[in-house]
Design a protein around this ligand. Structure first.
Ligand code: BTN
Length: 258
């Protein structure tokens, strides 16, 4: 079995970004398992340099330091896939809330975004670390206009005000369990299997992909065909070519666009 993760939670009223604070702590030698939580973020960020709107107590914002020293660097993208599966499992356990995972790791409820995950690597004196940042919308009172149609929250989905402390504990437990499994013998394949079983995006989904990480992305349309060993999404283009997507934005095509 892999090494056990022993979480230590550090709480803050307000931070620019929990990922930035966790990275700072990792650089200063913090061990894996250190988990930074803030009630609000003033510069919360998402993938592809997007802003993660983080008003006070409207979401759960936290970042965990991981140091998977013996885990093949080629497979580090699987850390985000395992995190998506862990969040999904914790939501079922806590609220019996069924969600989908959009590649690589957006958690969707009724096709709206409930949770985002941002994994960043940090080179530290004690080795390369991964800062795994997770943001879950607890309520939608503070969604800006442009997010109203595409985002959702725990309260909107369950009708209940969530106990954020309890949710944090179950999320951290779920992540610790799956992180351990990921590093165990056969854990990478198991993670790929679990992710595939839990995501409608894994196989046979008509998608549009903006490739790469910048605004001038190449766009392709096609049908998803499972995951590569490193977690890349295989997409069969309409010309019949298989492309492995490692960085990009995936969107489901609406009926009329298929
Ligand atoms: C995304 O969907 O683009 C990822 C969003 C990740 C947001 C979380 S909130 C906690 C942590 N701190 C950040 O600044 N970002 C992540």
């Amino acid at each position: 079995m892999g090494k056990q993760l022993k979480p230590t939670i550090l709480r803050f009223e307000s931070l620019a970004s929990t990922n930035t604070e966790a990275a700072r702590q990792a650089l200063r030698g913090a061990p894996e398992g250190v988990c930074v939580v803030a009630r609000e973020q003033t510069q919360g960020r998402g993938r592809r340099a997007r802003v993660w709107v983080s008003p006070k107590d409207a979401g759960l914002y936290f970042s965990i330091i991981l140091r998977p020293a013996h885990f093949d660097i080629q497979k580090w993208p699987l850390i985000t896939l395992m995190a998506g599966a862990a969040v999904q499992g914790a939501l079922v356990e806590a609220y019996a809330l069924a969600t989908d995972i959009k590649w690589p790791n957006d958690i969707l409820a009724n096709e709206r975004k409930l949770c985002g995950i941002l994994a960043e690597t940090v080179e530290t004196e004690t080795g390369r670390a991964c800062v795994l940042g997770i943001g879950i919308n607890l309520n939608d009172a503070a969604f800006p206009e442009e997010l109203r149609e595409v985002a959702t929250s725990i309260i909107a989905q369950t009708g209940r005000a969530p106990d954020s402390e309890q949710l944090l504990q179950s999320l951290v437990r779920a992540i610790a369990r799956r992180y351990e499994m990921l590093q165990a013998e056969g854990g990478a394949d198991e993670t790929l299997r679990e992710w595939t079983a839990r995501s409608s995006y894994a196989e046979g989904k008509r998608v549009r992909v903006a490739l790469g990480s910048d605004a001038q992305a190449e766009i392709l349309s096609g049908t998803t065909r499972g995951l590569e060993a490193d977690g890349a999404l295989r997409v069969e283009t309409d010309a019949g070519e298989i492309r492995a997507v490692r960085a990009g934005d995936v969107a489901a095509l609406r009926q009329a666009e298929r």
